[in-house]
Design a protein around this ligand. Structure first.
Ligand code: FES
Length: 226
């Protein structure tokens, strides 16, 4: 039998362009790993490294393609000739304060907080921009027509990377609409789990205050040992 071990073989080097500068890097890295490899200090735009937190939204173009695409940098492998940028370290999204305790009909209140949601022009760029494969356009329409259950289901994989926001020609923040709907669906329309209600009651009565206080006062070493 012939040995096929690649031990000791240096990985193939490929050329990438990161924010306008060219580098030779080993193949097989993700975009984020390639940035670290090339000395970029990343203090924002990095979180879980598992495609869950949505912090690492990025735009890129592959060799010989004119199309600029969006992605999560921790989930995307580099390829030879790729050009990319981790420019979206923070989106200045509007923060709309709302309190579900003051709402009676969240399906109408949606238009009070997000009136632009009804202005979708069906361009579908939000769906194309979504790195999680959500049919964002359909989900927004579900919200507008009051089908919160379906909308919440569509948005379940959303990681709030906000890549759908700047591409919207109607200035909708689809991910924010999605969070509103998911919260409203859970509060107003889903069957309530009795266990959850019991636990919330216990928390409100202070059953866990003493234990919480104890954990907060533990040192790092105690936390590791605990
Ligand atoms: S770092 Fe969390 S999704 Fe990429």
């Amino acid at each position: 039998m012939t040995a096929t071990s690649t031990e000791g073989v240096a990985p193939k080097q490929i050329t990438i362009e990161v924010m306008g500068k060219f580098y030779q890097v080993p193949e097989g890295l993700t975009m984020l790993q390639a940035m670290w490899h090339t000395g970029h200090e990343l203090t924002r735009g990095v979180g879980c490294l598992g495609g869950i937190c949505g912090a690492c939204s990025a735009t890129y173009r592959t060799k010989d393609s004119i199309k600029i695409k969006s992605t999560l940098a921790c989930q995307t492998l580099i390829e030879d000739g790729m050009s990319f940028s981790l420019v979206h370290t923070y989106y200045p999204n509007r923060k709309i304060p709302y309190d579900f305790k003051e709402m009676e009909d969240p399906k109408q209140d949606l238009f009070r907080y997000y009136p632009e949601a009804a202005l979708c022009r069906n361009c579908n760029t939000c769906t194309l921009a979504c790195p999680k494969g959500i049919d964002v356009r359909a989900a927004v329409w579900k919200a507008v027509f009051g089908d919160f259950e379906e909308c919440a289901e569509h948005f379940m994989p959303c990681v709030m990377c906000s890549l759908c926001v700047p591409v919207c020609i109607a200035d909708i923040a689809p991910n924010q609409v999605g969070v509103f709907v998911r919260r409203a669906q859970g509060i107003f329309f889903e069957n309530k789990s009795p266990q959850l209600k019991n636990r919330v009651d216990e928390i409100e009565k202070g059953v866990y205050d003493q234990e919480w206080e104890r954990v907060l006062n533990l040192s790092d070493a105690q936390l590791l040992a605990d």
